[in-house]
Design a protein around this ligand. Structure first.
Ligand SMILES: [Zn+2]
Length: 276
């Protein structure tokens, strides 16, 4: 899909998602700002990762470039390095934790304007911890994709220098390409996943702090791109402290980072409050 088309679709999904949160004008502007900030930070991190891949590839000998084991080690080092997990954590703390707080406080005040949002709450800390645990899963899929491309290149190359050249080309395209592991599309996917988690996680915490909310109802995103399992979950009502059953997963809220990545990545579902 062309980048512009993809962005238009993503924008429509995001607008619908933001509409469903029923925020005030000021809250919505702030939320959009945080969302953009998170996306930009993640894009910066992916660019740095792409650059680090290029540097690591440039240092490999011709032999190593034809050795899938060596290439696997390079990718593993890249995706498990503390530098990048620390950067991800920083991005989460700067953009997605405030988003969690914003969503929670707005729900709480809506239900009881005398209550004060507890910002030192454990739920926000737990959220940051859980979302951090998502990063290796997200990296894993891009490692797998790159490894498959490298494998193919090694099969196709007839001589060591041909194989090395193909591998270098693939990593260069990956590092700067429009799609692939270090692209804007991937940054959007990561930040969308995190913002869904933050908005819904914050909402749930706001309902809990209100002490009057009883249950929650899953509201699946409209449109044909919504997962079958999420459409099936539409309308499911459970107690506030019970998980939704979605596919084979149990999720406390749409995007719950403690859940199965296959049920949360790119999700744009929301929840509704149940008062009795
Ligand atoms: Zn969903």
């Amino acid at each position: 899909m062309c980048e512009a088309c993809w962005e238009l679709i993503a924008k429509a999904d995001d607008d619908e998602f933001l509409d469903s949160l029923e925020l005030t004008y000021v809250e919505r502007k702030l939320l959009e700002e945080l969302y953009k900030q998170g996306e930009d930070r993640i894009m910066e991190i992916l660019e740095l990762q792409g650059k680090a891949l290029q540097d690591a590839i440039a240092e490999l000998s011709e032999d190593a470039l034809g050795d899938i084991g060596e290439l696997g080690n390079v990718l593993l080092a890249l995706h498990t390095s503390d530098v990048f997990s620390d950067l991800f954590e920083e991005a989460v703390q700067e953009a997605f934790e405030p988003l969690f707080d914003l969503a929670g406080e707005s729900e709480l005040l809506e239900l009881d304007d005398e209550k004060i949002w507890n910002t030192g709450n454990e739920a926000a800390k737990e959220f940051v911890k859980e979302i951090r645990s998502l990063v290796p899963d997200m990296n894993q899929s891009s490692t797998d994709t790159l490894l498959r491309s490298f494998e193919k290149a090694i099969e196709e190359g007839n001589t060591p220098s041909e194989r090395a050249l193909l591998v270098q080309e693939i990593s260069a395209i990956a590092a700067t390409g429009e799609d692939g592991p270090f692209s804007m599309q991937r940054a959007q996917r990561v930040s969308r996943t995190m913002s869904t988690a933050a908005a819904n996680g914050g909402k749930l915490e706001g309902w809990k702090q209100s002490e009057i909310a009883k249950g929650k109802k899953w509201r699946s995103a409209a449109g044909t791109r919504t997962r079958k399992t999420h459409r099936k979950a539409n309308g499911q009502v459970v107690d506030l402290d019970q998980p939704f059953k979605v596919g084979k997963s149990k999720l406390m809220y749409p995007g719950d980072p403690a859940g199965d990545p296959e049920e949360i990545i790119n999700c744009r579902c929301t929840m509704q409050l149940v008062l009795d």
